[in-house]
Design a protein around this ligand. Structure first.
Ligand SMILES: [Zn+2]
Length: 258
């Protein structure tokens, strides 16, 4: 089984003790490429260093809405400088993680929107895919994406929207990132939506260390679990695990140009 983990936070200290071993284990299980996403200015260097250090590890850099309070106006300028400097570097694969989070009421929506649009503009300028965090904000994200001409679209990470929302994203050229959330039997609505989605819109992710799948509850999530997550999702989608692994990897390769 050949798999791609399109969303991880392997730079987090949760992995400091065993990162190398974990990556070796994941690779032995067929997880051939992984994306590590920057979430604020402070972790970009670390994310980039990791991508340089490890085969199969790729970096995305962005300003995540959940860390709104930490972002300073100059960080957007710095992000632009980083993207310019790394332009053409194979190990830089996208802009992200960024997006809109309407779930947490303390996050100012106007400031989020400005940050969201500024990063979409960078994606247009640098012709990179975007890796988006979208929580309770699908309508606003879809409306905003329609105003930008993104050449390479991107991924709606941890997609948990409706079938109609999925269709809007797919029309815009986006892939939907699926991981641990749907493996929970309680996620009835999401599982119903997944069963209706076209295979060519799906990519896989773990969101490690978050979003533990049902088979490893309340544990640190890891790319090592991606084969089991793939098998559980394949059952919901109604294909065999090999087929989901093959198609989702092909989708991710096409998006990232691998
Ligand atoms: Zn994330």
């Amino acid at each position: 089984m050949h798999l791609i983990d399109t969303h991880t936070h392997l730079d987090f200290p949760d992995f400091d003790a065993d990162r190398g071993q974990l990556l070796a284990n994941a690779r032995a299980k067929g997880v051939e490429r992984l994306v590590v996403l920057g979430v604020y200015q402070r972790n970009w260097q670390r994310v980039w260093d990791l991508a340089q250090e490890h085969d199969g590890l790729y970096a995305a850099l962005g300003l995540h809405p959940v860390y709104l309070e930490q972002h300073q106006p100059e960080h957007l300028l710095e992000l632009r400088t980083w993207l310019q400097r790394l332009s053409g570097e194979h190990k830089l694969c996208a802009i992200g993680e960024f997006g809109l989070d309407y779930y947490l009421p303390e996050l100012d929506r106007e400031r989020q929107q400005a940050l969201f649009e500024a990063q979409l503009q960078l994606a247009v300028e640098f012709e990179l895919p975007v890796l988006l965090h979208v929580r309770r904000s699908h309508a606003q994200v879809i409306a905003t994406l329609k105003r930008f001409k993104l050449k390479r679209a991107g991924i709606i990470h941890a997609f948990a929207g409706s079938y109609e929302e999925a269709r809007e994203y797919i029309k815009l050229g986006f892939k939907l990132g699926l991981g641990g959330a749907a493996t929970w039997p309680q996620a009835l609505r999401l599982r119903k939506v997944l069963a209706q989605l076209p295979l060519d819109a799906l990519v896989l992710e773990t969101d490690s260390p978050d979003m533990a799948p049902a088979m490893y509850p309340e544990q640190r999530n890891s790319p090592e679990h991606l084969p089991e997550i793939c098998a559980a999702l394949a059952e919901i989608v109604g294909v065999d695990a090999q087929e989901l692994a093959r198609v989702s990897s092909e989708n991710a390769r096409a998006l990232f140009g691998w």
